[in-house]
Write a protein that binds this ligand. Structure first.
Ligand code: DLZ
Length: 169
């Protein structure tokens, strides 16, 4: 076999737990992060993860735009405001919903995630669902820590989807 036939697609050496990514080049891309103040301690770790994922894809710090909102319910509308600026290649919405004793959790989780999906489909801008719906704070912590920090995947997924979009335009 020739060298060419031997060569494998550049698949993630940068894998975190559970998923691998192709080599991604986010140089020059602008990415929005919209996050909540509810459950800020875990949300901040996820945000750090997302920034780290973006950095691994060569996204410059100055090209990361951040909005903050009170809770996960507010995420879709704030993401829409950001999408309307037409100045971002992808948006990462980050929130943590912890199930309480009422139905509030289910209402917010389902409505917010559906709205984020619709926003992406309507605008064509990749909108990442970074809402963790957990039954306990410990579950959320575990998904915001070390090689299981889901924020890192969201950062890389944002660039992968923005790259895919760019190849379609
Ligand atoms: C009200 C509420 C509750 C009970 N729990 C959470 C939560 O766990 N995570 C979260 O992001 N937001 C929560 N909120 C706030 C709502 O998302 C929203 O801010 C309010 O209902 C006001 O619209």
């Amino acid at each position: 076999l020739s060298d060419k036939q031997h060569s494998v697609p550049a698949v993630a050496q940068q894998a975190t737990k559970g998923i691998s990514f192709p080599q991604l080049d986010g140089k020059g891309m602008r990415v929005g992060i919209v996050s909540t103040r509810w459950n800020a301690e875990v949300v901040n770790k996820l945000k750090d993860g997302a920034r780290a994922g973006l950095k691994e894809c060569q996204v410059e710090d100055s090209n990361v735009v951040e909005f903050e909102v009170p809770g996960s319910w507010e995420l879709p509308l704030a993401c829409r405001y950001m999408a309307q600026t037409q100045k971002v290649d992808a948006i990462i919405a980050i929130g943590v919903l912890v199930k309480g004793e009422t139905d509030h959790y289910d209402m917010i989780k389902d409505a917010a995630t559906d709205a984020l999906m619709m926003l992406g489909l309507e605008t064509g801008i990749p909108v990442l669902n970074g809402i963790l719906g957990c039954h306990t704070m410990e579950q959320a912590e575990a998904r915001a820590t070390g090689d299981n920090n889901h924020g890192v995947w969201w950062g890389k997924t944002a660039i992968e989807m923005a790259t895919l979009r760019a190849t379609q335009m």
